[in-house]
Ligand binder design. Sequence first.
Ligand code: ADP
Ligand code: NI
Length: 218
Amino acid sequence: MDSTIRTIATAVREYHSGAESGHGWWHVERVRRTAMAIQQAEGRGNPLVVEAAALVHDIGDYKVKGIGDDTGAVKKILEESGLPEDTISEVLYIHENISFRKSLEGAVARTPELDIVQDADRLDAIGAIGIARAFSYGGSKGSEIYIPGEKPVNIDSGEAYRNSQSSVINHFYEKLLTLKDKMNTSTGAMMAAERHRFMELFLDQFFSECNGESEPDI
Ligand code: ADP
Ligand code: NI
């Protein structure tokens, strides 16, 4: 492992300690591995930028520690790592533009590395892991598992995403089931299709156990 990457990983692991488990170090490590695998399969993007950006992608996000956004932390970690200035700029660009919230605010210029790391982060939000993370995050903020009769809402702005009071089951309809059609790379899209099917199976089973409750009518 590159020594700058090791330095970044150590600082990131420390930053995420005590985070809600869905946004803990092991989420970051899965995103790092998945991003590296997509980069290899696609044969494009600078691997150093991909790995560094995957590691820092959730630094400062309000969901990690349940407090507001923390904007200075990512710059500090990158500057202390010894990465060259131009690489830091590329990583910061990904950090600024990767989130679901940001994607709701309009299109941004794409780079291969942004496409790859964003796909890796989205893949960790779906499938079996995505299900586990959604209930972990929902639990951490006191969300209901499911409220019969409550319809999913249209999440059409960053503010709506951040302030959502929905049940975790509605979060599937509001966000998680939409991700497979938002993948940037063909490798990511293939991986997403399988994970998507697993979420559908989970939801079918969930509603079959709800004694006649059916899935929300959307
Ligand atoms: P993003 O930039 O897409 O928000 P993150 O890695 O920061 O990416 O975290 C996204 C994950 O946080 C979601 O996929 C889900 O697991 C969880 N999450 C976010 N909002 C909610 C919610 N309202 N209910 C349940 N889980 C949520
Ligand atoms: Ni993330």
